[in-house]
Design a protein around this ligand. Structure first.
Ligand SMILES: C[S@@+](CC[C@H](N)C(=O)[O-])C[C@H]1O[C@@H](n2cnc3c(N)ncnc32)[C@H](O)[C@@H]1O
Length: 371
């Protein structure tokens, strides 16, 4: 069955996501700010969940229209083919968000959508009462400048929850963002990657998963596993294929951090991600960092909020800049919300990209190797 799907992503990662969707064979891929629409069948739906590294979720699009009155919502939901995905006994909770839209009350929209969905399903199954005791089919709506989307969540937990990061520090970077940074910095199958303030190791682990062509969701559970419209055999097949996914790679990585607890956590995370053979960790302050070969430095330094005060954070960035200036064969990608990184480094970035770490606006500073 052909479906239209939508995967939200962090702002700035739409192009990476389009590329990943093209690689799994999705069709009619179009990007808008923070989300990418595409078409495909059940296999594409499963592969999108199992392997997209920068998508936050995968939804099936059930309805889309311009909505300025509650009646618009009611009509759009009443016309959506809900029974294709939701059985008589299944639960269909509704949640959503409204931004810059005439219909601004989320609870009021929720209630209208719920009523319309219950009416449609009740009429289809010839019952005035739907028990909602079965599988949870989460309906989600989005209203953005009066553009209404009705969606069915197929992921369950957000896709950044890969399953390998059970422990983390105070300021971990989101896995989807780390993977996007690895892509934007040019990590390839044969890359050597460094992170001298590695915290829980996310940047190196995501770089490794990307370099090795692994399906990032191969070992985690998904909401789709309980959906009746997907055959168990197909789900099993795609999960098995995802576990096998890899490409030949000589990737290696080196992580260090001043905090021995973080280094221990990073080691365990890399082990759970199946990357302990290619990522080495050590306890070391950034000022002692140096690289003995060409490679890519990825870093998310502390920025004076949760971890260090502003002055100390600036100091650490200066030390990072110094270390980099002594390792001329390294290119670098440094993400921070601080606007003065180039001052601390005493060097202009070759490229800058606006990205979001969750809701926090950040800049990714990209530096070419000097030597
Ligand atoms: C924002 S966190 C990095 C988070 C990491 N990307 C992750 O996903 O967990 C910054 C890290 O810098 C480390 N750090 C702070 N000062 C340092 C220094 N002088 N040398 C090395 N590491 C330092 C902290 O211990 C912390 O783990």
């Amino acid at each position: 069955m052909e479906m239209t799907m939508m995967a939200p992503c962090l702002f700035g990662l739409e192009r990476t996501l389009k590329f990943e969707l093209g690689r799994i064979g999705a069709k009619e891929i179009t990007a808008e700010d923070g989300r990418v629409f595409f078409k495909g069948d059940e296999r594409i739906l499963l592969q999108a969940n199992l392997s997209l590294a920068v998508a936050e979720r995968v939804f099936i699009l059930l309805a889309r229209c311009k909505a300025t009155e509650f009646q618009d919502l009611f009509d759009a939901v009443s016309a959506a083919p809900l029974e294709r995905y939701i059985r008589k006994e299944d639960a269909f909770p509704v949640k959503g968000s409204s931004l810059s839209s005439k219909l601004s009350s989320v609870p009021a929209c929720q209630s209208v959508i719920k009523k319309a969905a219950a009416k449609r399903l009740g009429a289809y199954y010839h019952t005035p009462w739907l028990p909602e005791t079965g599988v949870r089919c989460q309906l989600q709506f989005s209203l953005l400048r009066d553009d209404f989307l009705l969606l069915l969540d197929t992921s369950g937990d957000p896709l950044y929850k890969r399953g390998y990061r059970l422990d983390m520090g105070l300021a971990p970077i989101r896995e989807t963002l780390a993977s996007g940074i690895a892509d934007l910095s040019g990590v390839r199958a044969d890359s050597v990657v460094f992170d001298p303030m590695c915290g829980s190791g996310t940047l190196l682990i995501e770089a490794g998963l990307r370099a090795k062509g692994r399906a990032v969701g191969a070992y985690r559970p998904f909401a789709f596993e309980n959906y009746f419209f997907l055959s168990r055999t197909l789900v099993k097949e795609e999960r098995a294929l995802a576990k096998e996914m890899h490409r030949p790679s000589s990737f290696s990585a080196f992580g260090s951090d001043i905090d021995p607890k973080m280094v221990e956590i990073a080691r365990k995370n890399a082990q759970r991600a199946g990357l302990s053979d290619c990522i080495k960790f050590s306890v070391k302050p950034v000022k002692e960092f140096s690289a003995d070969r060409a490679g890519i430095l990825l870093c998310n330094p502390p920025y004076g909020e949760r971890l260090l005060d502003l002055e100390a954070a600036r100091n650490v960035c200066t030390q990072l800049g110094d270390a980099l200036s002594h390792s001329k064969q390294l290119s670098a990608a440094v993400i921070t919300p601080a606007s003065d990184l180039e001052d601390s480094f005493g060097r202009k970035a070759d490229k800058k990209r606006k990205l979001y770490n969750g809701m926090k606006p950040c800049t990714l500073y990209l530096f070419k190797a000097e030597g």
